[in-house]
Design a protein around this ligand. Structure first.
Ligand SMILES: C[S@@+](CC[C@H](N)C(=O)[O-])C[C@H]1O[C@@H](n2cnc3c(N)ncnc32)[C@H](O)[C@@H]1O
Length: 179
């Protein structure tokens, strides 16, 4: 099985200590994080676009997951989870309206005080575009990367406040708390 996302591995102990035991893996992909968290004893809901969910249904390990969900179920599901995981999803959503909807669905299923862990590709200083490219939707080189300040700008309006973050070579990971 593919190795778990680095941020999920690093922060899982913090979430356990914080009694954040019910988790939505939002944009679950091949379910590497969902399976890891389920193995650690978390109760895991896993969501992705409908086509991806259909591909996952017959996987044997799915029995360890509380519920597989298509994204169109999320606006009304009110899961009230303690934690939403979002790794390498937000940076591939290009449309501003779709990013907004993604965050709306995340907080609609998160309890007050709950956490959103986001890991995305980050922009390295030498990859920055020239002065004509000040906006992250402007060019294909920097559109699929984000900094923690850019994440703050997008997540704060949804009631999400950053409490921790770190960078490594190609990624930034941040925990936000929903108030
Ligand atoms: C690069 S994969 C990452 C998968 C997983 N989170 C991981 O880190 O292994 C991106 C996933 O996001 C899903 N995705 C794309 N747009 C989405 C959206 N608007 N809402 C939820 N999931 C989405 C894709 O179907 C894909 O499974």
């Amino acid at each position: 099985m593919t190795i778990v996302a680095e941020s999920v591995r690093r922060y899982s102990t913090f979430f356990k200590k914080s009694q954040a035991t019910e988790v939505l893996d939002y944009g679950t992909g091949n379910m590497r994080n969902a399976f890891f968290m389920a193995k650690q004893g978390f109760k895991v809901f896993a969501a992705d676009i409908p086509e991806q969910i259909e591909k996952l249904r017959d996987r044997p390990l799915v029995k360890n997951i509380e519920r597989l969900m298509a994204t169109d179920e999320l606006p009304d599901s009110r899961l009230n989870v303690d934690l939403v995981l979002s790794t390498y999803v937000f940076n591939i959503i290009m449309e501003s309206s779709e990013r907004h909807l993604y965050l709306e669905n995340a907080v609609a299923n998160l309890k007050p005080g709950g956490y959103l862990l986001m890991e995305v590709r980050c922009r390295k200083p030498h990859e920055r575009c020239d002065t004509t490219c000040s906006d992250y939707f402007s060019c294909s080189d920097c559109s699929k990367t984000l900094t923690h300040e850019e994440l703050d700008g997008l997540l704060n309006p949804h009631g999400l406040r950053r409490i921790s973050h770190y960078y490594r070579s190609h990624a930034v990971s941040a925990i936000y708390q929903y108030n």
